[in-house]
Write a protein of this length. Structure first.
Length: 63
């Protein structure tokens, strides 16, 4: 279970970084300038990253 936890934590960080990189794209910046919020795709990566990271840390620390 510890290995799965580590993998999930790394995948979570990867999703968060990927979302951050997407937030700097031209399309995302235009959407953010018009609506004042990030695109749904960026938010999805942020949420997936956070959930995967938290579950990974939980599985790593369990037992």
């Amino acid at each position: 279970m510890k290995i799965i936890g580590i993998v999930l934590a790394v995948v979570g960080v990867g999703f968060a970084v990927w979302g951050y990189q997407l937030s700097g794209s031209i399309g995302s910046e235009v959407t953010q300038a018009v609506t004042g919020a990030d695109t749904d795709r960026v938010m999805t990566y942020y949420i997936l990253g956070a959930v995967a990271f938290v579950v990974g840390i939980y599985l790593f620390r369990k037992n």
